[in-house]
Design a protein around this ligand. Structure first.
Ligand code: 3NM
Ligand code: MG
Length: 527
Protein backbone atom coordinates (compact mmCIF):
# COMPACT_ATOMS: atom_id res chain seq x y z
CA UNK A 1 0.00 0.00 0.00
CA UNK A 2 1.26 3.51 -0.72
CA UNK A 3 1.91 5.84 2.20
CA UNK A 4 -1.37 7.29 3.43
CA UNK A 5 -2.06 11.00 3.65
CA UNK A 6 -1.88 11.81 7.36
CA UNK A 7 -2.66 15.49 7.01
CA UNK A 8 -6.14 15.49 8.56
CA UNK A 9 -6.43 12.51 10.84
CA UNK A 10 -9.80 11.95 12.51
CA UNK A 11 -10.00 10.01 15.76
CA UNK A 12 -13.57 9.02 16.57
CA UNK A 13 -15.32 9.87 19.82
CA UNK A 14 -18.96 8.85 19.76
CA UNK A 15 -19.65 10.26 23.23
CA UNK A 16 -18.86 13.75 21.89
CA UNK A 17 -21.49 13.73 19.13
CA UNK A 18 -24.02 16.56 19.42
CA UNK A 19 -27.57 15.54 20.42
CA UNK A 20 -29.43 13.86 17.55
CA UNK A 21 -26.30 13.55 15.41
CA UNK A 22 -25.95 10.03 14.07
CA UNK A 23 -22.43 8.61 14.32
CA UNK A 24 -22.14 7.26 10.77
CA UNK A 25 -23.64 10.42 9.28
CA UNK A 26 -21.11 12.52 11.20
CA UNK A 27 -18.29 10.26 10.02
CA UNK A 28 -19.37 10.47 6.39
CA UNK A 29 -19.75 14.27 6.53
CA UNK A 30 -16.27 14.62 8.02
CA UNK A 31 -14.85 12.58 5.12
CA UNK A 32 -16.68 14.87 2.71
CA UNK A 33 -14.99 17.78 4.47
CA UNK A 34 -11.52 16.42 3.77
CA UNK A 35 -10.50 13.98 6.51
CA UNK A 36 -7.70 11.84 5.05
CA UNK A 37 -7.41 8.96 7.55
CA UNK A 38 -9.60 7.65 10.39
CA UNK A 39 -8.89 5.90 13.67
CA UNK A 40 -11.74 4.15 15.48
CA UNK A 41 -11.21 4.71 19.17
CA UNK A 42 -13.59 2.85 21.50
CA UNK A 43 -12.64 2.46 25.13
CA UNK A 44 -15.85 1.14 26.69
CA UNK A 45 -17.29 -1.37 24.21
CA UNK A 46 -17.71 -5.13 24.36
CA UNK A 47 -15.71 -6.83 21.63
CA UNK A 48 -18.75 -7.73 19.51
CA UNK A 49 -20.02 -4.15 19.61
CA UNK A 50 -16.57 -2.78 18.74
CA UNK A 51 -16.45 -5.11 15.71
CA UNK A 52 -19.91 -3.92 14.62
CA UNK A 53 -19.02 -0.23 14.86
CA UNK A 54 -15.67 -0.74 13.16
CA UNK A 55 -17.23 -2.74 10.33
CA UNK A 56 -19.90 -0.09 9.68
CA UNK A 57 -17.25 2.63 9.82
CA UNK A 58 -15.14 0.76 7.29
CA UNK A 59 -18.03 0.66 4.81
CA UNK A 60 -18.19 4.49 4.98
CA UNK A 61 -14.39 4.90 4.75
CA UNK A 62 -14.14 2.46 1.82
CA UNK A 63 -16.70 4.52 -0.09
CA UNK A 64 -14.30 7.49 0.07
CA UNK A 65 -11.14 5.39 -0.21
CA UNK A 66 -9.96 6.53 3.23
CA UNK A 67 -7.78 4.19 5.32
CA UNK A 68 -9.21 3.08 8.64
CA UNK A 69 -7.12 2.25 11.71
CA UNK A 70 -8.19 0.60 14.94
CA UNK A 71 -7.09 1.86 18.33
CA UNK A 72 -5.32 -0.76 20.41
CA UNK A 73 -7.24 -3.91 19.31
CA UNK A 74 -5.26 -6.07 16.89
CA UNK A 75 -8.07 -8.67 16.93
CA UNK A 76 -10.68 -6.13 15.82
CA UNK A 77 -8.35 -4.80 13.11
CA UNK A 78 -7.79 -8.32 11.76
CA UNK A 79 -11.47 -9.21 11.92
CA UNK A 80 -12.67 -6.28 9.82
CA UNK A 81 -9.60 -6.02 7.57
CA UNK A 82 -8.56 -2.55 8.77
CA UNK A 83 -5.56 -0.79 7.20
CA UNK A 84 -3.75 -0.93 10.53
CA UNK A 85 -3.68 -0.12 14.21
CA UNK A 86 -2.81 2.70 16.57
CA UNK A 87 -1.02 1.61 19.73
CA UNK A 88 -0.63 3.49 23.00
CA UNK A 89 2.45 3.15 25.19
CA UNK A 90 0.69 0.54 27.34
CA UNK A 91 -0.81 -1.43 24.43
CA UNK A 92 0.73 -4.45 22.70
CA UNK A 93 4.41 -3.84 21.76
CA UNK A 94 4.95 -2.98 18.09
CA UNK A 95 7.04 -6.07 17.26
CA UNK A 96 4.30 -8.39 18.49
CA UNK A 97 1.57 -6.48 16.68
CA UNK A 98 3.66 -6.60 13.51
CA UNK A 99 3.86 -10.40 13.76
CA UNK A 100 0.09 -10.75 14.01
CA UNK A 101 -0.87 -8.23 11.32
CA UNK A 102 -0.48 -8.51 7.53
CA UNK A 103 2.91 -7.29 6.26
CA UNK A 104 1.58 -4.04 4.80
CA UNK A 105 -0.46 -3.05 7.88
CA UNK A 106 0.03 0.47 9.19
CA UNK A 107 1.25 0.71 12.76
CA UNK A 108 1.25 3.98 14.63
CA UNK A 109 2.32 4.68 18.19
CA UNK A 110 1.50 7.43 20.70
CA UNK A 111 4.60 9.27 21.90
CA UNK A 112 4.87 11.69 24.83
CA UNK A 113 8.66 11.92 25.09
CA UNK A 114 11.77 11.92 22.91
CA UNK A 115 12.59 8.46 24.35
CA UNK A 116 9.23 7.17 23.08
CA UNK A 117 10.07 8.52 19.62
CA UNK A 118 13.50 6.85 19.67
CA UNK A 119 11.86 3.56 20.64
CA UNK A 120 9.28 3.98 17.84
CA UNK A 121 12.13 4.56 15.37
CA UNK A 122 13.83 1.36 16.55
CA UNK A 123 10.56 -0.55 16.18
CA UNK A 124 10.12 0.90 12.66
CA UNK A 125 6.59 2.13 13.08
CA UNK A 126 4.83 3.82 10.16
CA UNK A 127 3.86 6.95 12.04
CA UNK A 128 3.85 8.48 15.50
CA UNK A 129 1.15 10.51 17.25
CA UNK A 130 2.73 13.25 19.38
CA UNK A 131 0.56 14.40 22.25
CA UNK A 132 -0.93 15.95 24.05
CA UNK A 133 0.20 19.13 22.36
CA UNK A 134 -2.53 21.27 24.00
CA UNK A 135 -4.82 20.57 26.92
CA UNK A 136 -7.84 18.43 26.04
CA UNK A 137 -11.16 17.49 27.63
CA UNK A 138 -11.50 14.45 25.38
CA UNK A 139 -9.07 12.11 27.12
CA UNK A 140 -7.81 11.93 30.67
CA UNK A 141 -4.11 12.62 30.20
CA UNK A 142 -1.60 10.53 32.12
CA UNK A 143 1.52 12.44 31.07
CA UNK A 144 2.31 16.17 31.00
CA UNK A 145 1.16 18.38 28.11
CA UNK A 146 4.03 18.66 25.63
CA UNK A 147 3.24 22.13 24.30
CA UNK A 148 3.84 23.19 20.73
CA UNK A 149 7.46 24.11 21.56
CA UNK A 150 8.13 20.59 22.82
CA UNK A 151 7.08 18.94 19.56
CA UNK A 152 10.16 20.16 17.65
CA UNK A 153 12.60 18.10 19.75
CA UNK A 154 10.44 15.00 19.21
CA UNK A 155 10.34 15.56 15.46
CA UNK A 156 14.10 15.96 15.46
CA UNK A 157 14.36 12.37 16.72
CA UNK A 158 12.73 11.27 13.43
CA UNK A 159 15.47 12.86 11.31
CA UNK A 160 16.75 10.50 8.65
CA UNK A 161 13.69 8.20 8.82
CA UNK A 162 10.56 8.20 6.66
CA UNK A 163 8.32 7.80 9.70
CA UNK A 164 5.40 10.22 9.57
CA UNK A 165 4.23 12.35 12.48
CA UNK A 166 0.94 13.85 13.56
CA UNK A 167 0.23 15.96 16.64
CA UNK A 168 -2.85 15.37 18.81
CA UNK A 169 -4.60 16.93 21.77
CA UNK A 170 -6.73 20.07 21.78
CA UNK A 171 -6.05 20.99 18.16
CA UNK A 172 -8.74 23.31 16.76
CA UNK A 173 -9.09 25.54 13.75
CA UNK A 174 -8.27 28.49 16.03
CA UNK A 175 -4.85 27.14 17.10
CA UNK A 176 -4.01 25.01 14.06
CA UNK A 177 -1.79 27.45 12.14
CA UNK A 178 0.09 28.32 15.32
CA UNK A 179 0.51 24.58 15.99
CA UNK A 180 1.83 23.82 12.51
CA UNK A 181 4.15 26.84 12.51
CA UNK A 182 5.58 26.12 15.95
CA UNK A 183 5.90 22.33 15.65
CA UNK A 184 8.95 22.25 13.37
CA UNK A 185 12.33 20.87 14.41
CA UNK A 186 15.60 22.84 14.18
CA UNK A 187 16.44 20.92 10.99
CA UNK A 188 13.06 21.93 9.55
CA UNK A 189 11.17 18.68 10.02
CA UNK A 190 7.48 19.60 10.17
CA UNK A 191 4.37 17.65 11.11
CA UNK A 192 2.76 15.53 8.40
CA UNK A 193 -0.64 16.18 9.85
CA UNK A 194 -2.83 16.71 12.87
CA UNK A 195 -5.17 14.33 14.66
CA UNK A 196 -8.43 15.75 15.89
CA UNK A 197 -11.39 14.47 17.88
CA UNK A 198 -13.67 17.14 19.32
CA UNK A 199 -13.16 19.95 16.82
CA UNK A 200 -14.80 17.70 14.20
CA UNK A 201 -16.87 15.15 16.12
CA UNK A 202 -18.52 17.60 18.52
CA UNK A 203 -19.53 19.86 15.66
CA UNK A 204 -23.12 19.77 14.39
CA UNK A 205 -21.55 20.41 10.97
CA UNK A 206 -18.54 18.08 10.77
CA UNK A 207 -18.11 18.68 7.03
CA UNK A 208 -17.56 22.40 7.56
CA UNK A 209 -15.42 21.75 10.63
CA UNK A 210 -13.15 19.44 8.61
CA UNK A 211 -13.03 21.90 5.71
CA UNK A 212 -11.89 24.70 8.02
CA UNK A 213 -9.00 22.54 9.21
CA UNK A 214 -8.26 21.22 5.71
CA UNK A 215 -7.81 24.74 4.25
CA UNK A 216 -5.38 25.79 6.98
CA UNK A 217 -3.31 22.61 6.56
CA UNK A 218 -3.14 22.87 2.77
CA UNK A 219 -2.11 26.52 2.87
CA UNK A 220 0.53 25.85 5.51
CA UNK A 221 1.95 22.93 3.53
CA UNK A 222 2.11 24.98 0.33
CA UNK A 223 3.82 27.84 2.15
CA UNK A 224 6.15 25.59 4.13
CA UNK A 225 7.37 23.77 1.01
CA UNK A 226 9.00 27.00 -0.17
CA UNK A 227 9.64 28.72 3.20
CA UNK A 228 10.71 26.03 5.66
CA UNK A 229 11.77 28.57 8.27
CA UNK A 230 8.24 29.89 8.09
CA UNK A 231 9.22 33.46 8.68
CA UNK A 232 9.62 35.60 5.63
CA UNK A 233 8.63 36.38 2.14
CA UNK A 234 11.69 38.51 1.38
CA UNK A 235 15.16 37.06 1.11
CA UNK A 236 17.19 40.27 1.25
CA UNK A 237 20.80 39.37 1.75
CA UNK A 238 22.90 42.51 1.37
CA UNK A 239 23.04 45.32 3.90
CA UNK A 240 22.23 47.79 1.07
CA UNK A 241 18.97 46.07 0.20
CA UNK A 242 18.09 45.75 3.88
CA UNK A 243 18.78 49.46 4.48
CA UNK A 244 16.42 50.30 1.59
CA UNK A 245 13.67 48.37 3.37
CA UNK A 246 14.61 49.99 6.69
CA UNK A 247 14.13 53.43 5.15
CA UNK A 248 10.77 52.44 3.75
CA UNK A 249 9.57 51.17 7.14
CA UNK A 250 10.64 54.41 8.86
CA UNK A 251 8.60 56.44 6.37
CA UNK A 252 5.63 54.09 6.31
CA UNK A 253 5.32 54.01 10.09
CA UNK A 254 4.83 57.81 10.03
CA UNK A 255 2.35 57.55 7.14
CA UNK A 256 0.29 54.78 8.68
CA UNK A 257 0.55 55.47 12.39
CA UNK A 258 -0.39 51.92 13.41
CA UNK A 259 -1.86 51.16 16.80
CA UNK A 260 0.73 49.32 18.84
CA UNK A 261 -0.77 47.42 21.74
CA UNK A 262 1.72 47.19 24.59
CA UNK A 263 1.48 45.14 27.76
CA UNK A 264 4.63 46.28 29.46
CA UNK A 265 6.03 46.92 32.89
CA UNK A 266 5.06 49.72 35.23
CA UNK A 267 8.59 51.17 35.31
CA UNK A 268 8.70 52.14 31.63
CA UNK A 269 5.09 52.31 30.42
CA UNK A 270 5.04 56.10 30.07
CA UNK A 271 8.36 56.39 28.23
CA UNK A 272 7.51 53.44 25.96
CA UNK A 273 4.26 55.15 24.98
CA UNK A 274 6.09 58.42 24.29
CA UNK A 275 8.75 56.70 22.22
CA UNK A 276 6.04 55.03 20.12
CA UNK A 277 4.45 58.44 19.50
CA UNK A 278 7.81 59.98 18.59
CA UNK A 279 8.26 57.38 15.83
CA UNK A 280 4.82 58.15 14.44
CA UNK A 281 2.99 55.19 15.98
CA UNK A 282 0.01 55.14 18.26
CA UNK A 283 0.41 53.32 21.60
CA UNK A 284 -2.36 51.52 23.51
CA UNK A 285 -1.21 50.34 26.94
CA UNK A 286 -4.28 48.17 27.73
CA UNK A 287 -3.96 45.23 30.14
CA UNK A 288 -7.51 44.21 31.07
CA UNK A 289 -8.24 40.62 29.98
CA UNK A 290 -11.83 41.44 28.99
CA UNK A 291 -10.74 43.90 26.32
CA UNK A 292 -7.86 41.93 24.83
CA UNK A 293 -9.87 40.59 21.89
CA UNK A 294 -11.04 44.07 20.85
CA UNK A 295 -7.59 45.61 21.38
CA UNK A 296 -5.84 42.94 19.37
CA UNK A 297 -8.32 43.18 16.55
CA UNK A 298 -7.69 46.92 16.04
CA UNK A 299 -3.94 46.90 16.72
CA UNK A 300 -1.15 46.48 14.24
CA UNK A 301 1.09 44.54 16.61
CA UNK A 302 1.41 43.44 20.22
CA UNK A 303 4.30 43.90 22.64
CA UNK A 304 4.47 41.67 25.71
CA UNK A 305 7.11 42.66 28.27
CA UNK A 306 7.27 40.73 31.56
CA UNK A 307 9.31 43.30 33.52
CA UNK A 308 6.75 43.59 36.33
CA UNK A 309 4.81 40.41 35.62
CA UNK A 310 2.31 39.48 38.32
CA UNK A 311 -0.11 36.59 38.66
CA UNK A 312 -3.00 38.94 37.92
CA UNK A 313 -1.65 40.25 34.62
CA UNK A 314 -0.67 36.92 33.09
CA UNK A 315 -4.23 36.24 31.89
CA UNK A 316 -4.20 39.41 29.80
CA UNK A 317 -0.84 38.41 28.30
CA UNK A 318 -2.13 34.92 27.43
CA UNK A 319 -5.33 36.26 25.86
CA UNK A 320 -3.70 39.10 23.94
CA UNK A 321 -1.13 36.75 22.42
CA UNK A 322 -3.73 34.12 21.58
CA UNK A 323 -5.86 36.68 19.76
CA UNK A 324 -2.79 38.14 18.07
CA UNK A 325 -1.98 34.71 16.61
CA UNK A 326 -5.61 34.25 15.61
CA UNK A 327 -5.72 37.62 13.83
CA UNK A 328 -2.15 37.08 12.61
CA UNK A 329 -0.76 40.23 14.20
CA UNK A 330 2.96 40.25 15.02
CA UNK A 331 3.99 39.74 18.66
CA UNK A 332 7.22 41.09 20.11
CA UNK A 333 8.16 39.35 23.34
CA UNK A 334 10.57 40.76 25.88
CA UNK A 335 11.36 38.20 28.64
CA UNK A 336 12.78 40.81 31.01
CA UNK A 337 14.79 39.27 33.83
CA UNK A 338 13.66 35.72 32.98
CA UNK A 339 16.74 34.28 34.67
CA UNK A 340 16.08 36.07 37.96
CA UNK A 341 13.32 33.84 39.33
CA UNK A 342 11.59 30.52 38.84
CA UNK A 343 8.31 32.42 38.64
CA UNK A 344 9.49 34.33 35.57
CA UNK A 345 10.96 31.24 33.94
CA UNK A 346 7.73 29.30 34.34
CA UNK A 347 5.68 32.34 33.39
CA UNK A 348 7.58 32.67 30.13
CA UNK A 349 7.02 29.01 29.37
CA UNK A 350 3.29 29.36 30.06
CA UNK A 351 3.12 32.20 27.52
CA UNK A 352 5.34 30.79 24.77
CA UNK A 353 3.68 27.37 24.99
CA UNK A 354 0.38 29.04 24.16
CA UNK A 355 1.21 31.64 21.54
CA UNK A 356 3.90 32.11 18.93
CA UNK A 357 6.02 35.26 19.11
CA UNK A 358 7.27 36.83 15.88
CA UNK A 359 10.27 38.49 17.56
CA UNK A 360 11.91 37.66 20.90
CA UNK A 361 14.39 40.21 22.20
CA UNK A 362 16.63 40.10 25.22
CA UNK A 363 20.12 40.66 26.56
CA UNK A 364 22.65 37.84 26.82
CA UNK A 365 21.54 36.76 30.30
CA UNK A 366 17.87 36.69 29.34
CA UNK A 367 18.33 34.78 26.11
CA UNK A 368 20.73 32.33 27.78
CA UNK A 369 18.09 31.65 30.44
CA UNK A 370 15.43 31.23 27.74
CA UNK A 371 17.66 28.80 25.84
CA UNK A 372 18.55 26.95 29.04
CA UNK A 373 22.31 27.44 28.66
CA UNK A 374 24.60 28.36 31.55
CA UNK A 375 27.13 30.11 29.34
CA UNK A 376 26.00 33.56 30.49
CA UNK A 377 24.86 34.39 34.00
CA UNK A 378 22.27 36.98 34.79
CA UNK A 379 21.76 39.13 37.86
CA UNK A 380 18.35 40.73 38.22
CA UNK A 381 17.57 42.09 34.78
CA UNK A 382 21.23 42.56 33.77
CA UNK A 383 23.72 40.13 32.26
CA UNK A 384 26.91 39.34 34.10
CA UNK A 385 29.92 39.30 31.79
CA UNK A 386 30.02 40.11 28.14
CA UNK A 387 28.06 37.36 26.51
CA UNK A 388 28.43 34.29 24.31
CA UNK A 389 31.58 32.85 22.76
CA UNK A 390 29.75 32.57 19.45
CA UNK A 391 26.76 34.94 19.57
CA UNK A 392 25.96 34.52 15.86
CA UNK A 393 25.46 30.77 16.12
CA UNK A 394 23.60 31.20 19.39
CA UNK A 395 20.99 33.61 17.98
CA UNK A 396 20.56 31.58 14.80
CA UNK A 397 19.94 28.39 16.78
CA UNK A 398 17.54 30.06 19.20
CA UNK A 399 15.65 31.57 16.25
CA UNK A 400 15.29 28.11 14.72
CA UNK A 401 14.17 26.61 17.98
CA UNK A 402 11.66 29.35 18.81
CA UNK A 403 10.52 29.66 15.18
CA UNK A 404 10.84 33.45 15.21
CA UNK A 405 13.30 36.30 14.86
CA UNK A 406 15.65 36.64 17.83
CA UNK A 407 17.30 39.92 18.85
CA UNK A 408 20.28 39.70 21.21
CA UNK A 409 21.11 43.15 22.59
CA UNK A 410 24.41 44.29 24.03
CA UNK A 411 27.39 46.44 23.03
CA UNK A 412 26.98 44.68 19.66
CA UNK A 413 23.45 43.62 18.68
CA UNK A 414 22.76 40.35 16.85
CA UNK A 415 19.52 39.60 15.01
CA UNK A 416 18.66 36.31 13.32
CA UNK A 417 15.76 34.64 11.57
CA UNK A 418 17.49 31.27 11.82
CA UNK A 419 19.15 31.68 8.42
CA UNK A 420 20.63 35.14 8.28
CA UNK A 421 22.38 36.99 11.12
CA UNK A 422 22.56 40.78 11.19
CA UNK A 423 25.35 42.28 13.29
CA UNK A 424 24.82 45.91 14.38
CA UNK A 425 27.40 48.07 16.06
CA UNK A 426 25.57 51.34 16.68
CA UNK A 427 24.58 52.84 20.03
CA UNK A 428 26.34 55.05 22.60
CA UNK A 429 27.20 53.72 26.10
CA UNK A 430 24.73 56.10 27.75
CA UNK A 431 21.89 53.86 26.48
CA UNK A 432 22.91 51.46 29.25
CA UNK A 433 22.77 54.28 31.84
CA UNK A 434 19.04 54.94 31.67
CA UNK A 435 16.34 52.55 32.72
CA UNK A 436 14.17 50.95 30.09
CA UNK A 437 16.27 51.36 26.95
CA UNK A 438 15.74 47.66 26.26
CA UNK A 439 12.02 48.01 26.95
CA UNK A 440 11.78 51.01 24.61
CA UNK A 441 13.48 48.89 21.97
CA UNK A 442 10.68 46.34 22.31
CA UNK A 443 8.09 49.06 21.67
CA UNK A 444 10.06 50.36 18.70
CA UNK A 445 10.45 46.92 17.13
CA UNK A 446 6.73 46.23 17.66
CA UNK A 447 5.92 49.50 15.85
CA UNK A 448 7.95 48.45 12.80
CA UNK A 449 6.55 44.91 12.90
CA UNK A 450 3.07 46.45 12.73
CA UNK A 451 4.15 48.52 9.73
CA UNK A 452 5.79 45.57 7.96
CA UNK A 453 2.69 43.43 8.52
CA UNK A 454 0.41 46.17 7.15
CA UNK A 455 2.57 46.56 4.05
CA UNK A 456 2.54 42.80 3.44
CA UNK A 457 -1.21 42.55 3.98
CA UNK A 458 -1.72 44.96 1.06
CA UNK A 459 0.21 42.68 -1.24
CA UNK A 460 -2.26 40.37 -3.01
CA UNK A 461 0.47 37.77 -3.59
CA UNK A 462 1.29 37.70 0.11
CA UNK A 463 0.87 34.12 1.24
CA UNK A 464 -1.84 32.73 3.42
CA UNK A 465 -0.08 29.78 4.98
CA UNK A 466 2.23 31.83 7.18
CA UNK A 467 1.45 32.89 10.72
CA UNK A 468 3.01 36.34 10.33
CA UNK A 469 2.87 38.38 7.18
CA UNK A 470 5.69 40.80 6.57
CA UNK A 471 9.40 40.68 7.03
CA UNK A 472 9.91 40.52 10.78
CA UNK A 473 13.69 40.26 10.30
CA UNK A 474 13.87 43.65 8.61
CA UNK A 475 11.38 45.10 11.12
CA UNK A 476 13.62 44.01 14.00
CA UNK A 477 16.73 45.42 12.32
CA UNK A 478 14.87 48.69 11.74
CA UNK A 479 13.92 48.90 15.39
CA UNK A 480 17.46 48.39 16.63
CA UNK A 481 18.93 50.84 14.12
CA UNK A 482 16.34 53.53 14.83
CA UNK A 483 16.95 53.41 18.58
CA UNK A 484 20.75 53.22 18.42
CA UNK A 485 21.22 55.83 15.67
CA UNK A 486 18.75 58.23 17.35
CA UNK A 487 20.70 57.73 20.59
CA UNK A 488 23.97 58.60 18.82
CA UNK A 489 22.35 61.76 17.47
CA UNK A 490 20.90 62.59 20.90
CA UNK A 491 24.27 62.57 22.68
CA UNK A 492 25.54 65.15 20.18
CA UNK A 493 22.75 67.58 21.02
CA UNK A 494 23.88 70.64 22.97
CA UNK A 495 20.95 70.26 25.41
CA UNK A 496 21.97 66.70 26.35
CA UNK A 497 24.42 66.73 29.27
CA UNK A 498 23.99 63.33 30.95
CA UNK A 499 21.52 60.50 31.48
CA UNK A 500 18.83 62.89 32.82
CA UNK A 501 18.73 65.07 29.71
CA UNK A 502 19.54 62.14 27.44
CA UNK A 503 16.06 60.59 27.68
CA UNK A 504 14.10 63.66 26.46
CA UNK A 505 16.91 64.26 23.93
CA UNK A 506 16.43 60.72 22.65
CA UNK A 507 12.68 61.25 22.23
CA UNK A 508 13.39 64.48 20.33
CA UNK A 509 15.93 62.69 18.11
CA UNK A 510 13.44 59.93 17.34
CA UNK A 511 10.86 62.57 16.46
CA UNK A 512 13.06 64.13 13.75
CA UNK A 513 14.87 60.98 12.60
CA UNK A 514 15.02 60.58 8.82
CA UNK A 515 15.70 57.38 6.84
CA UNK A 516 18.91 59.00 5.53
CA UNK A 517 20.30 59.43 9.07
CA UNK A 518 19.90 55.73 9.69
CA UNK A 519 21.16 54.71 6.27
CA UNK A 520 24.29 56.86 6.58
CA UNK A 521 25.17 56.02 10.17
CA UNK A 522 24.19 52.31 10.26
CA UNK A 523 27.02 49.92 11.08
CA UNK A 524 25.31 46.81 9.78
CA UNK A 525 26.69 43.59 8.37
CA UNK A 526 24.78 40.50 7.28
CA UNK A 527 26.14 36.97 7.65
N1 3NM B 1 -4.82 10.99 22.50
P1 3NM B 1 -9.27 16.46 21.03
S1 3NM B 1 -4.98 13.38 23.31
C1 3NM B 1 -7.11 10.45 21.75
O1 3NM B 1 -2.13 12.74 23.99
C2 3NM B 1 -6.12 11.36 22.29
O2 3NM B 1 -2.11 10.81 23.01
C3 3NM B 1 -4.10 11.97 23.03
O3 3NM B 1 -8.94 14.95 21.42
C4 3NM B 1 -2.67 11.83 23.38
O4 3NM B 1 -8.86 16.65 19.62
C5 3NM B 1 -6.38 12.67 22.69
O5 3NM B 1 -10.76 16.55 21.21
C6 3NM B 1 -7.68 13.38 22.58
O6 3NM B 1 -8.54 17.32 22.03
C7 3NM B 1 -7.67 14.44 21.51
MG1 MG C 1 -4.46 2.58 24.04
Amino acid sequence: MSTPDYSLYLVTGRDLLPPNKDYLTSLEESLQGGVTIVQIREKDLETNEFIDIARQSKVVCDKYNIPLLINDRIDVALTIGAAGVHLGQTDMPVEQARRLLPPDAIIGVSCNTVAHVQEAVRARVDYIGIGAVWGTQTKKLTSPIIGVRGVGAMLEALAGTDIKAVAIGGIKSTNLLRTLHGAVSVSNRALDGVAVVSDIVASPEPKQAAERLRIIISRFQAYYSTHPNGLHTSQLLTSESILDSVGRLITELRNRSPLVHQITNTVVANQSANVTLALGGSPIMATEPHEMEDMTRISGALLVNIGTMRVENVEGMVLAGTFANKFRKPIVFDPVGIGASTYRKEGVRSLLDVWQASVIKGNAGELAALAGTTEVESRGVDSVGSGFKDPETFVANLAKRERCVVVLTGPVDYISDGQRVAVLRNGPDVLAKITGSGCMLGSIIASYCATAAQLAAQDPTSENGQLFKGDMFVAAITGVLVLTVAAELAVKRSDVKGPGTFLPGLIDSLWVLEPEHVQTLAMLSIK
